[in-house]
Every structure is written in structure tokens, then in C-alpha cells.
Write a new protein. Sequence first.
Lengths: 398, 156
Amino acid sequence: MAEEFRVPIGPQHPALKEPASFSIALKGEKIIGVDVRLGYNHRGIEKACEERTYIQDVYLVERICGICSHAHSTCFVQAVEEIAGIEVPKRALYIRSLIAELERIHSHLLWLGVAAHEIGFDTLLMFTWRDREIVMDVLAELTGNRVNYGINAIGGVRRDMGKDKIPEILKRINVLEERTKYYIEVATQETTVVNRLSGVGKVKKDDALKLGAVGPTARASGIARDVRKYDPYAAYNELSFDLITDDHNDVYGRTIVRVKELIESYKMIRQILKDMPDGPIAVKAPRKIPAGEAVSRYEAPRGELMHYVKANGTDKPERVKVRTPTLANIQAVKHMLREMYLADVPIVVAAIDPCFSCTDRLIELKDIDKKDSSVIDWQRLRQYSIEWYRDRGIDFKK
Amino acid sequence: MSAEEDIKQKLAGRFPFLQDKITVKRDRRIFLDVGIDNFKEVLQFALKELNFTFLCTVTGLDDRDRFSLMYQLDQGSGIMLNIRTSILRDDPVVDSITPIFPNADIYERELVDLFGIKVKGLPKGERYPLPDDWPAGQYPLRKDFKIEDLDKKENI
């Protein structure tokens, strides 16, 4: 009988994208227990919100997460708008939903790449992250930023969307949809993927409910929970889309749910672009918010996000509480890892899609022979790389 | 009758003292105030009889002389029940609800670290979210917490 021993993973570890510390009790290669220590990223944002004005807080909460930044700012402004009794113009709600779905696409594609990388399928990582650039470009086009879009304001949105942009967005969405159909094929038919992910990180429906799992993690265990459906916000009550669930209960199921959700997002974006009403994009919001409280919920790419805001009549909130989807899912991770092998830890942890930030905009190129450097933007860098490969006989345009 | 009103009536029917303590703030949002003595009973009733099976989170609030605790439950239908109770600031002790909702674990640890509330019956485990070398007796989400005090203590 193998002896029991403990393997520490983290807080800093190559397989983890964010600091978290796992202490894994093993018997041979089998995991018999997991302790998780979190909090390495705790930045005191809830406290900081109490000391800043509502307008400052919109930008602060947007920086809670680098991937689902729009989720946080929308969730926060919704709560404040509810307390202040602000009626947000419909066009603004549609723009919020549009950015939200674009954000979901970029987040799910990013996740697919990370998951592929964790199982050693790096070709898929390169594919998905290349395609993700398409949606990042759309986001940058619409909001001016690749991440931390800064589109939300209390009372509406800050930027209108020109009609002239619609054909270009639709064109890119079509490309993405075609690529996603290919990824669905890869996820469901490629034997490497199917065999590696099936039966790994199981959590049954009852357990997932009891452990409070949310988002794709819960939906892959057959729980039909999606805030967009049961507690609709922004423009979601006017959009038609399917709630994707799966009953594999494992990492394979979580993969299927996410790739299929991409297709629903494309569907919604087409509806939004078609049905977006004309009109103002924002109403004026008071600087001081009357006393009151509200709970706002939002279906972030990773699951249900919750903001609780309490106002005291001043221009600063009394209390802001944030419950992120990863925190809700971490209990389920402990459960999923039990009885698994040590080698399954990276993919099981990655399968709930824990959050990490990405904010690249400018690249510094250094020519080591010439010893000088130049700063160029993405567009030029991409053009440069396409030409570099074409000179060597590889043409991506073909 | 709306589903929210129905839940309100059922709660008031079972617990007559809650009659004026339940407010339906808007569609799908019910707020309820209950004393600490009856709080667990109400929570059990919400779970078993009203099918509020999902604990979204536990929110702590510093109301100057008391601490408020909000247990936010969901039914799966989108209706959220916010059960609020309060405890004395001088003696901040509350029972853990982990026997009822196992996922309360991490939310209750937040109360311990950020508000200095003692949670009786919380299973052993790592603290969350503050670092291990955080000075004892400093609770950042209390209103009288000053970041300057923290700096002073660390310099000694």
C-alpha cells in the first residue's frame, strides 16, 4: 500500500496562470484530498470602492478582472441605476449586451486555447488564440480598447455605435462562426481530446448544486442555470437564444458547453445588430445616489457574477460586495479533484476557467544586431509577420 | 398573485413576527429582516419548504453599532431571497451555516478576516483572503479601520 504524502502546487507554479496554492494529499498517484489557499490577488477593491465616488468606482470595478471587465462594470452600474431609479435607454442596453457577448466570445476562445495547452494540444491553442484576435479587433473598434473597454457609465454607455460598422462586424462574426464549427468538430470527434477529457474532474448534478457551482461548470453537470435566462438584464429578455447544458459532468462536458455557447453568442450578436433601436445612449445620472440597496446579477463568461451595492445618500457607496464566479466554483474544484490522478490537476483547475489578465497593446521590437528598438502597434506587427512568412514561401492568405 | 408575493405570504404565515419585515423591492428581489434567534429557523424553512437551494453569497455590513449579515439565496427561478440578520458589534458571534450550505465555507471565512466576526462551527481550513502575516485585530472592512494604523503597526 502506497504511503500518503502531500504535494504543494503554487502559489507560483508554471501550470497555474494566477497565484493560488493547492496542497494535494496523494496516495501513490491518486489524489485523496485537496486544500486550497486563495487570496494572493486580494487587492482590497471592496474597501477602495467605499472611499471613492460612484463614477470612480465604475472604472475601479472594471479592473477587478482583465478578461471579464465588462461583466464587472455592467453589474455594478446596474445596481447603482436600480438604487437611483434611473431608466436606461434601450439603445444603451443593446450596446451593453453586444459588448457582453463579444467579451464572452473572446473569453471562451481564450479558455479553449488554455485548456488545449494544458493537455499538450498546442496546435489548438495557436488556432484559437489567432481567431480570438478577430473578436479583439471588433472590441477595439467598438470601444477603443482590447480589454477594460470603459464603455459603461451610470445611466447608459459612453460610446455610440455607428451603423457603418455593422457590415464589418457581421463579416468577422461569420468567419468566427465557421471557425467555431470546426472547433466543435475537434472537441467532439478528435480522439485525443475526447479521451483525455472524458471522465476527468467529475461532479454530479446534486453535488454541483450543493457546492454552489455556477456558469459552464454547473451547466456541464446538467444544471440549467443562466442569469441571462432567469434574471434577465440589459437586452437579454428580447433576445432569443438556447441555454446550453450537457450531462457528461466532466471536463469534456465543460468543453462542449463552452464551444456551443459561442454559437449562441453569434446568434445574439446578429439579433442585436438587426434590432438595435435608435435613440439616446445615456441619461444624466445624479452625482449623489439616494440611500438604498440593490443586488445585481450578471452571467459572466465564467458564471454568475453578483454585486451588492448599498448607498447612503452621498456620492460614495456605503458598501460594495462582489462575488465572482471563480470563488463560487472553487468548492466544486476540490470535489472534482478527489480520486483523480496528480497529472489531471492542471486541466481540472483550468476547466472552471479561473481568471487571469491580459493587456497587451504595444510591442517593443529589438534588433539585437543593431541594438536599437522601435515600438509598433498590433496592426503593423501582424502585417510584418505575414510578410515575413510570405518571403519564406508561406502565405496565410491562400 | 406573483411568485414573490406568494413567497412573502408563506414566510409570514409560518413566522407571524416577520409580517412587516419582508419587502419585495422589485421583481425577483425579496429582502427580509430577522433577529439572530430565529434566523436559522427561517433559513431552514427557506431551504426545505420554499426551495431556496442555492446560496449565492454571504455579505457582511458594518452598521456602526451592529454588524449585519446578509445570506443571499436563490431558487433557480431567478428569485433572490436576501435574509438579513444582525449581531452586536461588541460581541460579534454567529453560528456557521456550513451544515446547511456546505459552500458557505469560503464566504464565512471572508467575514472572519474582513470584519472580525467569530463564526462558531466553521470547519478547520486555510484563512481567506488576507495574508498569513496580517496583523491580528485589524479588520479592513470595518468602518473604523484606517490604512494608516496598519502601516504604523507594521513598522514597529
